[in-house]
Design a protein around this ligand. Structure first.
Ligand SMILES: [Zn+2]
Ligand SMILES: [Zn+2]
Length: 412
């Protein structure tokens, strides 16, 4: 790591950074960007759900191989890693894009709308893949550097934990990286603006199922039953106090009960009520506190109603923490790429989650957001909405950022 740190320090000195070369590469990218907009729309027409990104990963692998990358397939099922080794340096860098779509019926009416019923690129992963591919071509054909570059195209970011699966199958043992970076588009932020953040940036996300077991009976004789529906209702209300009364007001936490299922008829007291929760935090300590308090509160509530409650805690993504040095480095690359007036130096944390967080637990790095459009612009439509579309103007900007980041990282 010391050599990496030294390189970051040099990047912060503008005299070591060739702006004319950067402008040249941006021109090279600009002449080819039309091709990558078409490629993005092609991926958009043929979306694939988590771990089913077969055609998308074929396309990625084929392009990378054609440009001279060593291509490794099969990690996490459909994951692809493209490696470019140049010169004698033993330093290595990883850039990650995600490839999966969502189970949403597209309603954009665009010429490149999804041709797969009930499946859509509603989170812009088509754009992330296209941006990294545009950068991959420029880096292979036009950039000089010495070091090892790993481009990681992962499956199943949307809840499936594709990043974790690639890691469990040996991603960083086979492709060690000194630092790691990723990018996600963000509707509501001006198009092409880059948003950086130090430290915790995206929340942990846990899935919790609470089953309240009572004793079913006749709706006319509640005293002969133990009603799980009333107990579950009390649990929902009591859960509202976890964030407001147990979490430090200066910390961030979310406890959302998104589903409640019980009963079928007005005159039947059911035997079972089920709640589904989404639980989020921005610090591991808060995440642990939420688990402890929710379990204790549910048990006590159930006891007070004479029913039994079972809490099934399924850990989801961990807190995404941007490393300070790598974020400083990425921020400076961002400023050099789009100009300080288009960079938000330290944006707010988000309560959304992202499985790049698992990668950042092992390798220091930084996750940047790129504005998809704000105000009344088309790009302002939120991700996961049937009207969402990735802003193609960002392909050139995102690819330029990647190319500049790689060149700066491998400065020597
Ligand atoms: Zn998403
Ligand atoms: Zn996404």
């Amino acid at each position: 790591m010391p050599t990496v740190r030294r390189s970051f320090a040099r990047l912060l000195n503008p005299s070591t950074y060739s702006l004319s070369k950067m402008a040249y590469l941006r021109e090279v990218l600009a002449t080819r960007v039309g091709e990558f907009i078409q490629l993005r729309r092609d991926i958009h027409r043929h979306p694939e759900l988590a771990f089913e990104e077969h055609k998308t990963s074929d396309l990625v692998a084929e392009k990378l191989a054609a440009w001279g990358y060593e291509v490794h397939r099969g990690l996490g099922g459909t994951g692809v890693v493209g490696t470019l080794r140049r010169g004698g340096s033993n330093r290595s860098l990883g850039l990650r894009a995600d490839m999966d779509a969502l189970p949403i019926q597209e309603e954009t009416g665009l010429g490149w709308a999804s041709q797969v019923p009930g499946c859509m690129h509603a989170c812009g992963h088509d754009g992330h893949t296209a941006m990294l591919l545009a950068a991959a071509q420029a880096l292979a054909q036009d950039a000089q550097f010495t070091g090892t570059l790993h481009l990681i195209f992962q499956p199943a970011e949307e809840g499936g934990g594709g990043a974790l699966r690639m890691m469990q199958e040996g991603l960083f043992e086979r492709f060690p990286c000194d630092a790691l970076f990723a990018m996600h588009n963000m509707p509501g932020v001006a198009a092409g603006h880059l948003v950086f953040r130090d430290g915790p940036a995206m929340a942990s996300s846990d899935y919790v199922t609470i089953r309240v077991h009572g004793t079913g009976g006749h709706g006319a004789m509640p005293h002969r039953a133990a009603d799980p529906l009333v107990a579950a209702s009390a649990i929902v209300m009591a859960l509202q106090t976890v964030v407001s009364r147990n979490v430090d007001p200066l910390d961030t936490a979310v406890v959302t009960v998104g589903a409640m299922h019980a009963g079928q008829a007005n005159n039947v007291i059911p035997a079972l009520a089920t709640l589904e929760l989404s639980v989020r935090a921005l610090r591991p300590q808060v995440r642990a506190l939420l688990e402890e308090r929710i379990k204790a509160l549910v048990a006590a509530q159930a006891e007070s109603f004479g029913v039994r409650a079972e809490v099934v805690w399924k850990p989801g993504y961990c807190v995404l923490v941007n490393a300070i040095n790598e974020t400083n480095f990425a921020r400076q690359v961002g400023i050099n790429t789009v100009g300080a007036e288009h960079v938000i130096l330290n944006g707010p944390a988000l309560t959304g989650s992202e499985d790049f967080a698992f990668m950042l637990e092992q390798v220091p790095g930084s996750y940047v957001l790129i504005g998809n459009g704000d105000g009344d612009s088309a790009g302002a439509c939120m991700v996961h909405n049937p009207g969402y579309d990735f802003n193609d103007d960002n392909i050139l900007i995102g690819a330029s950022y990647w190319v500049n980041l790689v060149r700066a990282f491998f400065l020597h």
